[in-house]
Design a protein around this ligand. Structure first.
Ligand code: C2E
Ligand code: CA
Ligand code: CA
Length: 700
């Protein structure tokens, strides 16, 4: 049986690796996409935040420089310079600047300081106030800075009780000349950063949510407003507009959908991958087991047996167990029943050999490995467990076992041990099966001789060289010919070979079916001409075990045109033992055509009279060994009792091997109705038998 094909494990690993690589690629890909999206989002946010930062810086700068430019415009003014040097300076300052502060959009505060930093004029929203109290030291610092910022005004932010002011200061000076700084007055403008002002900046510079804060929450979303000393006095702060987040929110749904699709693909692939990997693992495991185990029974196979043999530390004895009658079970009930039977047998063998190795070599052949000292016990145990019948699908099935075994000797390796056990098994099967036997060197010698003969017999059967001889069966009283028994004869160049030799050989080598058919065809062909007498043809037990037997006989009967009611088949008791059910079925089928059955060699074995009835035999043939005993009174008694019983069952009796008149007399008296033997006629070929019949008819 060829081993079922399996993918090689190495290929499985490759496939698993492929799936793994694909899944990994998918994971990396989704990872990259996720990173790309979050980077894009972050960058978009960052770019916008940076833009807002720049806008804020620009807003502050323009806010400061606008005030700075205004203060400078007013400070560099010839008229103003001259006025400041005069006693009417304060009044002039009020008219031109202090009063204006009441409702001028560019500044809320206008202050003029003297060169010694005294307050000449100070107005807030048109009302006089004390700038030193409101702006304090910051104002003086700013003024001091203005020397350094020349030719521009100096600006800064100064916090006050009211709020944050942007303040700008510049020296009041003539347009053309540059008088000594220490002689100059200073003009200071300040503008309060009211929410309105901040709101204007927010709109102009597009910084949504811009507001003032004492300290920033987030560095990147704020801009310091610097005081006169260069330190932050407050902050502009604004929330991030997070355009990246917004953009992300837009595509979010699509992304989630894409991710879900990807996740599904991923999960699917992973599942397939895991399954495939699992299957591959199982396949590999099964492949490993298959290589050394038999599928049907789970026993070790030939490879497994070899492994077990090699692993053993101590030498092992090997037995081969072959089922008797398995083929018939298979043929009669089908392969499913056959398979179940094999499984049942495997279980029994394990039961009988709990410690050694049990293997199935194939078909109905098993092998056992045990310690050499235990082999005979084990073999006996196997025969015992096989005696119990098997029940399969409600059918009761009996199979026997033949066992051949061999013990290791020096230089006897596994293969030689196997060969020897096989040889022993062969010998057991030749000698009636159903027992166990050990290998002996003589078996090898016999075998060599026999194989030559078997070959020649096969050829002789094929060439029709095995022919029937005919021996008359006569009425015990009138000696009239009632029938004829066909006996096989084989003449070789070396001389005739006895049927006692070639019939068992044909049975052992499977040639018996062909030989039987050949004999039947020839016997019926010849007997067509002998009207009024029946023809007895011998049938081996192994022929009757074949489920095709009845079919074959019927075909030959039709083929020759022989009247089936004139045909008698002789079977020995072996058939009652080996496979009774099949034999019964075949006999029933043939009996329907009118074919009769005789139990051959009765008295030579164990067949009971009961069996005669059970199988529906029409006649029994008393074996020559009983006839020979007739001289002895005890033998006569046995014969009388036997015939009386058969008579009571309505079965007629033929006596075989009748050689003397005395025997014939006794048999007639006992109740045998037909005789066969040298006394009434030896086996003859067709021509001789024709002459014999003609002669008899003439003398009658
Ligand atoms: P069997 O069926 O019991 O056949 C009777 C045997 O007794 C024959 O031996 C026959 O020649 C022999 N015989 C007949 N009368 C006498 C006698 O008065 N004295 C002695 N000593 N022997 C006598 P044979 O022809 O050698 O056949 C031997 C056995 O071979 C047969 O025994 C039968 O079992 C088997 N055989 C022969 N032909 C066939 C066959 O065609 N098919 C099968 N299956 N078996 C056959
Ligand atoms: Ca016979
Ligand atoms: Ca016989």
């Amino acid at each position: 049986m060829p081993l079922p094909k399996f993918p090689k494990p190495i290929l499985l690993t490759k496939a698993a690796l492929g799936t793994l690589a694909f899944v990994s690629a998918l994971v990396i890909l989704s990872g990259l996409v996720t990173i790309a999206f979050s980077e894009m989002r972050r960058d978009a946010n960052w770019i916008d935040d940076a833009r807002a930062g720049q806008a804020a810086r620009a807003a502050i700068k323009s806010f400061q420089s606008r005030l700075g430019a205004t203060v400078r415009d007013n400070a560099i003014w010839d008229d103003a310079y001259l006025r400041m040097q005069s006693p009417a300076g304060a009044a002039w300052a009020y008219e031109n600047w202090g009063k204006v502060s009441a409702d001028y959009p560019l500044y809320d505060v206008a202050v003029v300081l003297t060169p010694t930093l005294g307050v000449l004029s100070a107005y807030k929203k048109g009302i006089a106030f004390d700038p030193m109290k409101d702006f304090g030291a910051g104002l003086l610092r700013l003024v001091a800075n203005s020397a350094a910022t020349e030719p521009a005004a100096s600006t800064a932010f100064i916090p006050t009780q009211e709020g944050l002011y942007v303040v700008a200061a510049d020296r009041i000076q003539p347009y053309d000349s540059r008088p000594e700084v220490s002689t100059l007055h200073t003009l200071v403008y300040a503008k309060l950063l009211t929410p309105d002002v901040v709101g204007q900046l927010e709109t102009t510079f597009d910084i949504t949510g811009l507001r003032l804060a004492p300290a920033p929450l987030q560095e990147e979303l704020s801009m310091p407003l610097l005081g006169p000393d260069g330190r932050a006095v407050a902050y502009f702060e604004w929330p991030s507009r997070l355009p990246g987040d917004q953009a992300f929110a837009h595509v979010h749904g699509y992304l989630i959908a894409a991710a879900m699709v990807l996740a599904c693909i991923f999960a699917g692939l992973l599942r397939v991958g895991i399954r495939t990997a699992g299957r591959h693992k199982n396949d590999a495991e099964r492949f490993r087991l298959r290589a050394s185990h038999d599928d049907l029974t789970g026993l070790a196979n030939r490879t497994g047996l070899a492994e077990a043999f090699d692993k053993r530390q101590l030498p092992a004895a090997l037995a081969i167990v072959d089922l008797d009658g398995f083929k018939e079970v298979n043929d009669a009930w089908g392969h499913d029943v056959g398979d179940s039977l094999i499984q049942g047998v495997a279980a029994r063998l394990r039961e009988a050999v709990p410690e050694g190795t049990v293997a199935r070599l194939g078909g109905d052949e098993f092998a056992l490995l045990t310690d050499p000292g235990e082999m005979s016990t084990v073999a006996a145990r196997v025969l015992t467990v096989m005696e119990r019948e098997f029940v399969i699908d409600g059918r009761t099935i009996e199979v026997g076992a033949s066992i051949g075994f061999a013990s290791p000797e020096d230089g006897c390796d596994r293969l030689e041990l196997m060969r020897r056990a096989d040889m022993a098994l062969y010998h057991v099967k030749e000698n009636g099966r159903g027992h166990a036997g050990s290998y002996l060197p003589e078996l090898d010698r016999d075998r060599a001789m026999r194989t030559g003969l078997e070959d020649r017999l096969r050829k002789a059967i094929a060439a029709g060289e095995v022919q029937p001889f005919f021996q008359p069966l006569v009425d015990s009283k009138s000696r009239e010919i009632k029938g004829v028994e066909a006996l096989a004869r084989w003449r070789t160049e070396a001389g005739p070979v006895s049927p006692e030799v070639f019939i068992p050989l044909a049975e052992r080598s499977g040639l018996i079916d062909d030989l039987g058919k050949l004999m039947l065809r020839q016997a019926l062909g010849a007997a067509m001409q002998w009207n009024g007498i029946y023809v007895s043809v011998n049938v081996s037990p192994s022929q009757l075990k074949n489920p095709r037997f009845a079919e074959d006989v019927i075909a030959i009967v039709y083929e020759t045109g022989f009247d089936p009611r004139r045909l008698m088949l002789e079977v020995t008791e072996g058939v009652l033992i080996a496979n009774p059910e099949q034999a019964k079925r075949s006999m029933e089928a043939l009996r329907k055509l009118g074919i009769k059955f005789a139990l051959d060699d009765f008295g030579s074995g164990y067949a009971s009279i009961g069996a005669l009835r059970e199988f529906g035999f029409d006649r029994m043939k008393i074996d020559r060994s009983l006839v020979v005993e007739l001289d002895d009174p005890k033998g006569l008694k046995i014969l009388n009792a036997t015939v009386a019983l058969a008579d009571a069952l309505g079965i007629s009796v033929t006596a075989e091997g009748v050689e003397t008149e005395k025997q014939a007399e006794a048999l007639f008296c006992a109740g045998c109705d037909q005789l066969q033997g040298y006394l009434v006629g030896r086996p003859k070929d067709v021509l001789q038998f024709n002459a014999f019949v003609a002669n008899r008819l003439a003398t009658a």
